[in-house]
Write a protein that binds this ligand. Structure first.
Ligand code: NAP
Length: 286
């Protein structure tokens, strides 16, 4: 029941109305009995600082940030976490006492989702990341921070591959598809295979190249059974789609806002309910 005590959290973006975040976070607030409500708030390009000002003035509990505001919120906050600083982008604003902080929870969400769903710890593992955009950079930075043994970035354009390598240059390098055979965990961080795009049905790499004990993590979650996932499972490999990263980046944000352990099962159920087969492609932000 919304009352005078109810706190507000919101995702800002443009567009934002099809975001899955309200379903995920409202389910989490309900399950954890947090008196808060989470809404999607359309904020026009160039207006992010006004939304951040509203969070300050009206003491919102928390804010999620999606395109096109992920970089433009940064000058408006009091502090930036290492993850957000490295990516020069934030998807979560939270209070640290009276300081308004910006964080990027995607990478931490990936690491937690990998361990929770497949039992794979990033520490000591050899990663190969196919793709070098925002999601790939988040994964590279987070698995490096978690103690990965090595990371190879395989990408279409070499310049962007080098940018991803720069997230953790001591253990990361640019490589080719032939190097996927050495990886313990192979991540698809391209849109190849995403429903509702001209890449639907596309396969980002040949699963025949992978070791028998390799793990595949496809960051795509629409469709839930991605083409890559189907091929990996047909080969007998352990594999996950992008729902784990989606849920756990939200879990990290929830914990930033509330100080309470995220009710992950309720959040997973909310995503499963929203991703029924045949639904329109959801927006990707946190
Ligand atoms: P992005 O910044 O646009 O980067 C896309 C990457 O994919 C680039 O490296 C690009 O290569 C590569 N790519 C695109 N089309 C390609 C093609 N036809 N052939 C080969 N490579 C291609 O996108 P992003 O934000 O990183 O997102 C990447 C994927 O992660 C998307 O599928 C998205 O759905 C998923 N994602 C999932 C979550 C989650 O929570 N599960 C969160 C964020 C993103 P170039 O550099 O050569 O252009």
């Amino acid at each position: 029941m919304i009352s005078g005590e109810t706190r507000l959290a919101a995702v800002i973006g443009a567009p934002v109305r099809h975001s899955l975040s309200p379903a995920i976070h409202n389910a989490a607030f309900a399950a954890a009995e947090i008196d808060a409500v989470y809404v999607a708030m359309p904020v026009a390009p160039g207006d992010a600082e006004h939304a951040v000002d509203a969070m300050r003035r009206f003491q919102w509990l928390g804010m999620s940030v999606t395109m096109p505001h992920k970089a433009t919120v940064l000058p408006a906050v009091d502090g930036i976490t290492d993850a957000a600083r490295a990516l020069r982008a934030a998807n979560c604003l939270f209070w640290d006492d009276d300081r308004l902080m910006a964080d990027s929870t995607d990478g931490a969400g990936f690491v937690r989702g990998l361990e929770h769903e497949l039992g794979v710890v990033a520490s000591g593992a050899r990663f190969a990341v196919v793709g070098a955009g925002g999601a790939a950079r988040a994964v590279v930075g987070a698995v490096a921070a978690a103690g990965a043994d090595s990371i190879v970035v395989v990408n279409r354009s070499p310049v962007r591959a080098e940018e991803a390598v720069a997230q953790a240059p001591a253990l990361t390098r640019v490589g080719g598809f032939d190097e996927l055979s050495a990886a313990d965990v192979v991540v698809n961080a391209t849109p190849l295979g995403m429903a509702g795009t001209d890449q639907a049905g596309a396969i980002p790499f040949d699963v025949g190249l992978l070791r028998d004990d390799a793990v595949v993590s496809d960051l795509i979650y629409h469709p839930v059974e991605t083409p890559l996932l189907q091929l990996a499972e047909a080969r007998g490999l352990r594999a996950q789609n992008g729902v784990a990263m989606l849920v756990f980046q939200a879990a990290v944000a929830f914990e930033r806002w509330t100080g309470v352990e995220a009710p992950v099962e309720a959040m997973q159920a909310a995503v499963a309910g929203a991703l029924e087969p045949g639904d329109a492609p959801p927006s990707l932000e946190s």
